[in-house]
Ligand binder design. Structure first.
Ligand code: LIP
Length: 281
Protein backbone atom coordinates (compact mmCIF):
# COMPACT_ATOMS: atom_id res chain seq x y z
CA UNK A 1 0.00 0.00 0.00
CA UNK A 2 1.11 3.60 -0.63
CA UNK A 3 4.03 4.49 1.69
CA UNK A 4 3.54 7.57 3.89
CA UNK A 5 6.44 9.91 3.20
CA UNK A 6 6.73 13.45 4.48
CA UNK A 7 3.65 15.55 3.70
CA UNK A 8 4.03 17.19 0.32
CA UNK A 9 5.81 20.53 0.15
CA UNK A 10 3.73 23.51 -0.94
CA UNK A 11 0.37 22.35 0.29
CA UNK A 12 -0.06 23.95 3.69
CA UNK A 13 -3.06 24.23 5.95
CA UNK A 14 -2.48 21.49 8.51
CA UNK A 15 -3.92 17.99 8.49
CA UNK A 16 -7.17 18.89 6.70
CA UNK A 17 -5.16 19.23 3.49
CA UNK A 18 -2.73 16.39 4.19
CA UNK A 19 -2.59 14.53 0.84
CA UNK A 20 -2.27 11.18 2.62
CA UNK A 21 -5.51 11.74 4.52
CA UNK A 22 -7.18 12.86 1.30
CA UNK A 23 -5.84 9.71 -0.37
CA UNK A 24 -7.28 7.56 2.42
CA UNK A 25 -10.75 9.05 1.89
CA UNK A 26 -10.47 8.76 -1.92
CA UNK A 27 -9.43 5.12 -1.55
CA UNK A 28 -12.27 4.30 0.86
CA UNK A 29 -14.87 5.97 -1.40
CA UNK A 30 -13.52 4.42 -4.62
CA UNK A 31 -13.30 0.88 -3.22
CA UNK A 32 -16.82 1.04 -1.75
CA UNK A 33 -18.21 2.32 -5.05
CA UNK A 34 -16.29 -0.40 -6.92
CA UNK A 35 -17.78 -3.05 -4.63
CA UNK A 36 -21.27 -1.63 -5.22
CA UNK A 37 -20.75 -1.69 -9.01
CA UNK A 38 -19.70 -5.36 -8.87
CA UNK A 39 -22.16 -6.68 -6.26
CA UNK A 40 -25.24 -4.68 -7.33
CA UNK A 41 -24.85 -4.91 -11.12
CA UNK A 42 -28.25 -6.17 -12.35
CA UNK A 43 -27.94 -9.23 -14.59
CA UNK A 44 -30.13 -7.45 -17.14
CA UNK A 45 -28.31 -4.13 -16.85
CA UNK A 46 -29.53 -1.70 -19.47
CA UNK A 47 -28.97 1.85 -20.65
CA UNK A 48 -30.58 4.41 -18.32
CA UNK A 49 -29.92 7.36 -20.64
CA UNK A 50 -27.62 8.59 -23.40
CA UNK A 51 -25.53 11.80 -23.50
CA UNK A 52 -23.44 13.22 -26.39
CA UNK A 53 -24.55 10.51 -28.84
CA UNK A 54 -26.70 7.35 -28.92
CA UNK A 55 -23.60 5.32 -27.99
CA UNK A 56 -22.57 7.60 -25.07
CA UNK A 57 -24.48 5.69 -22.41
CA UNK A 58 -25.17 5.98 -18.68
CA UNK A 59 -26.32 3.04 -16.57
CA UNK A 60 -28.14 3.16 -13.25
CA UNK A 61 -24.90 2.00 -11.62
CA UNK A 62 -22.89 4.99 -12.89
CA UNK A 63 -25.24 7.34 -11.03
CA UNK A 64 -25.53 5.05 -7.98
CA UNK A 65 -21.74 4.79 -7.66
CA UNK A 66 -21.26 8.56 -7.98
CA UNK A 67 -23.96 9.29 -5.39
CA UNK A 68 -22.29 6.88 -2.96
CA UNK A 69 -18.86 8.52 -3.46
CA UNK A 70 -20.27 12.03 -2.92
CA UNK A 71 -22.20 10.90 0.17
CA UNK A 72 -19.12 9.25 1.76
CA UNK A 73 -16.93 12.29 1.12
CA UNK A 74 -19.52 14.88 2.19
CA UNK A 75 -20.02 12.89 5.38
CA UNK A 76 -16.43 13.68 6.35
CA UNK A 77 -15.75 16.89 4.40
CA UNK A 78 -18.99 18.92 3.98
CA UNK A 79 -17.18 22.03 2.64
CA UNK A 80 -15.48 20.45 -0.40
CA UNK A 81 -16.33 20.93 -4.10
CA UNK A 82 -17.03 18.22 -6.68
CA UNK A 83 -16.77 17.60 -10.40
CA UNK A 84 -18.36 14.34 -11.44
CA UNK A 85 -19.20 12.79 -14.83
CA UNK A 86 -22.83 12.19 -13.91
CA UNK A 87 -23.55 14.83 -11.22
CA UNK A 88 -21.61 17.69 -12.76
CA UNK A 89 -19.92 20.49 -10.82
CA UNK A 90 -20.78 21.47 -7.23
CA UNK A 91 -18.94 24.37 -5.59
CA UNK A 92 -17.58 24.25 -2.02
CA UNK A 93 -16.07 26.52 0.65
CA UNK A 94 -12.73 24.70 1.07
CA UNK A 95 -9.64 24.52 -1.18
CA UNK A 96 -10.41 20.88 -2.02
CA UNK A 97 -12.24 19.52 -5.09
CA UNK A 98 -13.01 15.84 -5.78
CA UNK A 99 -12.96 14.81 -9.46
CA UNK A 100 -15.03 11.65 -9.99
CA UNK A 101 -15.63 9.22 -12.82
CA UNK A 102 -17.85 6.63 -11.11
CA UNK A 103 -17.41 4.03 -13.87
CA UNK A 104 -14.73 4.79 -16.44
CA UNK A 105 -15.22 2.32 -19.27
CA UNK A 106 -19.02 2.34 -19.01
CA UNK A 107 -19.48 0.50 -22.31
CA UNK A 108 -17.22 -2.31 -21.02
CA UNK A 109 -19.29 -2.36 -17.81
CA UNK A 110 -22.53 -2.50 -19.80
CA UNK A 111 -21.18 -5.48 -21.84
CA UNK A 112 -19.85 -7.13 -18.66
CA UNK A 113 -16.25 -6.83 -19.81
CA UNK A 114 -13.86 -6.53 -16.83
CA UNK A 115 -11.89 -3.50 -18.05
CA UNK A 116 -13.55 -0.61 -16.16
CA UNK A 117 -12.65 1.40 -13.06
CA UNK A 118 -13.79 3.90 -10.46
CA UNK A 119 -11.61 7.02 -10.69
CA UNK A 120 -11.32 9.60 -7.87
CA UNK A 121 -8.86 12.49 -8.07
CA UNK A 122 -8.33 15.08 -5.31
CA UNK A 123 -7.33 18.67 -6.09
CA UNK A 124 -6.10 21.31 -3.63
CA UNK A 125 -6.18 24.83 -5.05
CA UNK A 126 -6.53 23.30 -8.53
CA UNK A 127 -3.51 20.96 -8.21
CA UNK A 128 -4.11 17.21 -8.20
CA UNK A 129 -2.47 15.97 -4.99
CA UNK A 130 -3.82 12.42 -4.76
CA UNK A 131 -5.54 9.93 -7.04
CA UNK A 132 -7.15 6.49 -6.94
CA UNK A 133 -8.22 4.20 -9.79
CA UNK A 134 -10.03 1.10 -8.49
CA UNK A 135 -10.50 -1.77 -10.98
CA UNK A 136 -12.29 -4.48 -8.97
CA UNK A 137 -12.74 -6.99 -11.80
CA UNK A 138 -8.98 -6.79 -12.44
CA UNK A 139 -8.11 -6.97 -8.71
CA UNK A 140 -6.14 -3.73 -9.07
CA UNK A 141 -6.09 -0.59 -6.95
CA UNK A 142 -3.91 2.20 -8.31
CA UNK A 143 -2.95 5.04 -5.98
CA UNK A 144 -0.66 8.06 -6.11
CA UNK A 145 0.33 11.06 -4.00
CA UNK A 146 1.97 14.05 -5.71
CA UNK A 147 5.73 13.98 -5.09
CA UNK A 148 5.60 10.59 -3.34
CA UNK A 149 5.06 8.02 -6.08
CA UNK A 150 2.43 5.67 -7.51
CA UNK A 151 1.40 2.11 -6.66
CA UNK A 152 -0.71 -0.73 -7.94
CA UNK A 153 -1.85 -2.61 -4.84
CA UNK A 154 1.48 -2.87 -2.97
CA UNK A 155 3.77 -2.58 -5.99
CA UNK A 156 5.56 0.73 -6.61
CA UNK A 157 5.10 1.69 -10.26
CA UNK A 158 7.70 2.71 -12.85
CA UNK A 159 7.15 3.39 -16.56
CA UNK A 160 8.99 1.41 -19.23
CA UNK A 161 12.36 2.68 -20.46
CA UNK A 162 12.38 5.00 -23.50
CA UNK A 163 11.41 3.01 -26.60
CA UNK A 164 11.92 3.96 -30.21
CA UNK A 165 8.48 4.40 -31.80
CA UNK A 166 8.71 1.41 -34.14
CA UNK A 167 8.85 -0.91 -31.09
CA UNK A 168 6.31 1.00 -28.98
CA UNK A 169 3.00 -0.54 -27.88
CA UNK A 170 0.52 2.33 -27.88
CA UNK A 171 -2.91 2.58 -26.24
CA UNK A 172 -5.63 4.86 -27.56
CA UNK A 173 -9.38 5.41 -27.52
CA UNK A 174 -12.21 6.62 -29.72
CA UNK A 175 -14.99 9.08 -29.01
CA UNK A 176 -18.76 8.68 -29.06
CA UNK A 177 -19.42 10.77 -32.17
CA UNK A 178 -19.21 8.92 -35.51
CA UNK A 179 -17.38 11.77 -37.32
CA UNK A 180 -14.73 11.94 -34.59
CA UNK A 181 -14.33 8.17 -34.67
CA UNK A 182 -13.81 8.29 -38.45
CA UNK A 183 -10.91 10.74 -38.01
CA UNK A 184 -9.50 8.94 -35.00
CA UNK A 185 -9.65 5.65 -36.94
CA UNK A 186 -7.79 7.20 -39.86
CA UNK A 187 -5.08 8.57 -37.55
CA UNK A 188 -4.72 5.24 -35.71
CA UNK A 189 -4.60 3.43 -39.06
CA UNK A 190 -1.81 5.71 -40.28
CA UNK A 191 0.05 5.34 -36.99
CA UNK A 192 -0.09 1.52 -37.03
CA UNK A 193 2.81 0.92 -39.47
CA UNK A 194 4.94 3.31 -37.36
CA UNK A 195 4.52 1.50 -33.99
CA UNK A 196 4.72 -2.07 -32.62
CA UNK A 197 0.91 -2.26 -32.21
CA UNK A 198 -2.11 -0.43 -30.81
CA UNK A 199 -4.37 -1.37 -27.89
CA UNK A 200 -7.93 -0.09 -27.43
CA UNK A 201 -9.07 -1.15 -23.94
CA UNK A 202 -11.92 1.31 -23.38
CA UNK A 203 -10.93 3.27 -20.27
CA UNK A 204 -8.71 6.37 -20.26
CA UNK A 205 -8.10 6.00 -16.51
CA UNK A 206 -6.85 2.42 -16.97
CA UNK A 207 -4.86 3.36 -20.10
CA UNK A 208 -2.99 5.98 -18.04
CA UNK A 209 -2.44 3.38 -15.29
CA UNK A 210 -1.12 0.96 -17.94
CA UNK A 211 1.48 3.58 -18.90
CA UNK A 212 2.38 3.93 -15.21
CA UNK A 213 2.69 0.16 -14.80
CA UNK A 214 4.85 -0.22 -17.92
CA UNK A 215 2.20 -2.32 -19.64
CA UNK A 216 2.18 -0.01 -22.66
CA UNK A 217 4.82 2.40 -23.94
CA UNK A 218 2.37 5.26 -24.46
CA UNK A 219 -1.22 6.45 -24.65
CA UNK A 220 -2.95 9.19 -26.60
CA UNK A 221 -6.59 10.22 -27.04
CA UNK A 222 -8.69 13.12 -28.31
CA UNK A 223 -11.90 13.88 -26.41
CA UNK A 224 -11.28 12.71 -22.84
CA UNK A 225 -12.81 14.70 -20.01
CA UNK A 226 -11.06 15.93 -16.87
CA UNK A 227 -12.83 13.23 -14.83
CA UNK A 228 -11.50 10.50 -17.16
CA UNK A 229 -7.91 11.74 -16.72
CA UNK A 230 -7.52 13.40 -13.31
CA UNK A 231 -6.45 10.48 -11.10
CA UNK A 232 -4.81 8.45 -13.89
CA UNK A 233 -2.68 11.39 -15.03
CA UNK A 234 -1.20 11.80 -11.53
CA UNK A 235 -0.57 8.05 -11.30
CA UNK A 236 1.25 8.07 -14.67
CA UNK A 237 3.23 11.21 -13.79
CA UNK A 238 4.29 9.81 -10.40
CA UNK A 239 5.50 6.64 -12.17
CA UNK A 240 7.78 8.73 -14.40
CA UNK A 241 5.64 9.51 -17.46
CA UNK A 242 5.24 12.85 -19.18
CA UNK A 243 1.51 13.64 -19.41
CA UNK A 244 0.44 16.54 -21.60
CA UNK A 245 -1.08 17.80 -24.83
CA UNK A 246 0.46 19.19 -27.98
CA UNK A 247 3.25 21.79 -27.94
CA UNK A 248 3.74 21.81 -24.18
CA UNK A 249 0.06 22.33 -23.39
CA UNK A 250 -1.44 20.43 -20.44
CA UNK A 251 -3.49 17.33 -21.21
CA UNK A 252 -7.00 18.37 -22.19
CA UNK A 253 -10.04 17.32 -24.22
CA UNK A 254 -8.06 18.38 -27.30
CA UNK A 255 -5.34 15.82 -26.60
CA UNK A 256 -4.15 13.65 -23.74
CA UNK A 257 -0.73 12.08 -24.34
CA UNK A 258 1.22 10.05 -21.81
CA UNK A 259 4.54 8.24 -22.24
CA UNK A 260 8.02 7.99 -20.73
CA UNK A 261 10.46 10.80 -21.66
CA UNK A 262 11.82 10.20 -25.17
CA UNK A 263 8.89 8.04 -26.22
CA UNK A 264 6.58 11.01 -25.49
CA UNK A 265 8.38 13.29 -27.92
CA UNK A 266 8.48 10.63 -30.68
CA UNK A 267 4.76 9.89 -30.31
CA UNK A 268 3.95 13.62 -30.15
CA UNK A 269 5.85 14.20 -33.39
CA UNK A 270 4.24 11.27 -35.22
CA UNK A 271 0.73 12.36 -34.16
CA UNK A 272 1.37 15.94 -35.27
CA UNK A 273 2.60 14.71 -38.66
CA UNK A 274 -0.61 12.66 -38.95
CA UNK A 275 -2.79 15.71 -38.23
CA UNK A 276 -3.99 14.57 -34.81
CA UNK A 277 -3.59 18.17 -33.62
CA UNK A 278 -6.24 19.43 -36.07
CA UNK A 279 -9.12 21.09 -34.25
CA UNK A 280 -11.96 20.15 -36.61
CA UNK A 281 -12.81 16.67 -35.34
C1 LIP B 1 -14.48 6.48 -21.77
C2 LIP B 1 -13.03 6.86 -21.79
C3 LIP B 1 -12.31 6.18 -22.96
C4 LIP B 1 -12.93 6.60 -24.24
C5 LIP B 1 -14.38 6.23 -24.24
C6 LIP B 1 -15.11 6.87 -23.05
P1 LIP B 1 -16.51 6.71 -20.08
O1 LIP B 1 -15.09 7.16 -20.72
O2 LIP B 1 -12.43 6.45 -20.61
O3 LIP B 1 -10.97 6.50 -23.00
O4 LIP B 1 -12.26 6.01 -25.32
O5 LIP B 1 -14.95 6.66 -25.44
O6 LIP B 1 -15.10 8.25 -23.18
O7 LIP B 1 -17.58 7.32 -21.00
O8 LIP B 1 -16.58 5.25 -20.02
O9 LIP B 1 -16.51 7.37 -18.72
Amino acid sequence: MAQRDAPMAGVSGGTALDPWRLLDLARAAATQAARLAVERRPADLGVAETKSSPTDVVTEMDTAAESLIRELILGQRPDDAFLGEEGGAESGRSAVRWVIDPIDGTVNYLYDLPHWAVSVGVEVDGITVAGVVAAPRLGELYTAVRGAGAWCNDEKLRVRPTTELGSALIATGFGYRAERRRRQGAIAGALLPRVRDIRRAGSAALDLCAVAAGRVDGYYERGTHHWDRCAGALIATEAGAIVGGFEGAPASEQMALAAPPGTFEALHEALRELGADAVDY
